[in-house]
Write a protein that binds this ligand. Structure first.
Ligand code: NAI
Length: 347
């Protein structure tokens, strides 16, 4: 029997362990689950393993890449799509990075709609009221989605599904994408028009230098008064202080947030009974028209099972062949010379 591939699995939650244990049953892999995140302090736990497996809030900086390299680790397997948490350019020629490009775009798009409906129909308020046998309707007035204009930023896998869901509600959809889809029936507009015309704006683009703080004081000022913002993409697409100001000034009618720019120190942990140090998230949560979920857009049975399957396929494929179709590097997509274009590893 071949030697098992040993994976150091960081930030392990009960739902991860359940899905990965099920998936690894007939594979030649051995997984050690660490509850802790991968940090400068914990990186040495990876000693003796073949690969590390991490999630969205495990930050991998230059020093950690050097340590992983010194420990003989050549593979970081992200069990998510986004990779803004890894110093990807620095990792080039040191440690290979693979990811799960798509696990269930439906999960995230449906969660975006769930947040939007909850917010505008005041379901979060009604739920708490009726549990206390308060059946009053005062303050619960919502509005119809039918006929409203939704501006979708980013029409990739998730954005496109969200567009279709919105169409099912009879909404008028406009969109902005840096690379608009050719031959689609989506009505693309410039960003300024999207800010101006949308009753609802939903973010589905990745976090890059360019999209960082895309929603800021200037762009909020361009939006319709009372606009509803939905962000299931990455927290730093929105400047949270500007969002708070926009809510206080009533320029923003409601915000539905599955992500938050400072989420790495808060999300996925139970802080009930603790004093929350982050004043911005505390103030946002205190607003009646802000709904926060803690990066749970991906959290469906289907997505967890796809994540486990693709992650272990990635690890096995890389260990067996030295290549992986889901490898990424900072050159991917940008330069024709990235080797992956020819089906090889990035370096
Ligand atoms: P994708 O790569 O299929 O689509 C992204 C789209 O954004 C592409 O069409 C691209 O051209 C466009 N884009 C790139 N830069 C842009 C810019 N500066 N402005 C406007 N558009 C731009 O990605 P996918 O799978 O649809 O995911 C979208 C985002 O959703 C991910 O980047 C990730 O941040 C987030 N996500 C959130 C999850 C959650 O649990 N809340 C789970 C999975 C992904």
């Amino acid at each position: 029997m071949n030697k098992k591939i040993r994976i150091a699995f960081f930030d392990a939650k009960d739902y991860d362990i359940a899905s990965f244990d099920q998936e690894k049953a007939n594979r030649n892999v051995e997984i050690s689950y660490f509850e802790t995140r991968l940090t400068e302090e914990t990186v040495r736990l990876a000693e003796g393993y073949d690969a590390v497996c991490i999630f969205v809030n495990d930050m991998v900086n230059r020093q950690m890449i050097d340590t992983l390299y010194d420990l003989g680790i050549r593979l970081i397997a992200l069990r998510c799509a986004g990779y803004n948490n890894v110093e990807i350019e620095y990792a080039f020629k040191k440690v290979h990075v693979v990811r799960v490009p798509a696990y269930s775009p439906y999960a995230v798009a449906e969660h975006a709609m769930a947040l939007l409906l909850t917010s505008i129909r005041r379901i979060h308020k009604a739920y708490i009221r009726t549990r206390d046998f308060n059946f009053s309707l005062s303050g619960l007035t919502g509005f119809d989605l039918h006929g409203k204009t939704v501006g979708v930023i980013g029409t990739g896998k998730i954005g496109r599904i969200f567009v279709n869901i919105c169409r099912g509600f009879g909404m008028n959809v406009i969109a902005y994408d840096k690379y608009p889809m050719a031959d689609s029936d989506i009505k693309y507009v410039e960003l300024d028009e999207l800010w101006r015309e949308s009753d609802i704006i939903s973010l589905h683009c990745p976090l890059t230098d360019e999209s960082h703080n895309l929603v800021n004081a200037d762009t909020i000022a361009k939006m319709k008064k009372g606009v509803v913002l939905v962000n299931t993409s990455r927290g730093a697409l929105i400047n949270s202080e500007a969002l708070l100001d926009g809510i206080k000034s009533r320029q923003i009618g409601a915000a539905c947030l599955d992500v938050y720019d400072e989420e790495s120190s808060i999300f996925f942990h139970d802080f009930s009974g603790h004093i929350v140090e982050d004043d911005t998230i505390a103030r946002l949560i205190s607003m009646p028209n802000v709904i926060v979920s803690s990066h749970q857009g991906f959290l469906t049975k289907e997505a967890l099972s796809n994540i486990a399957e693709t992650t272990l396929n990635n690890v096995e494929e890389f260990m067996a062949t030295g290549c992986c179709k889901n490898e990424i590097c900072y050159k991917c997509g940008k330069f024709a010379e990235c080797n992956r274009e020819q089906g090889m590893k990035c370096f």
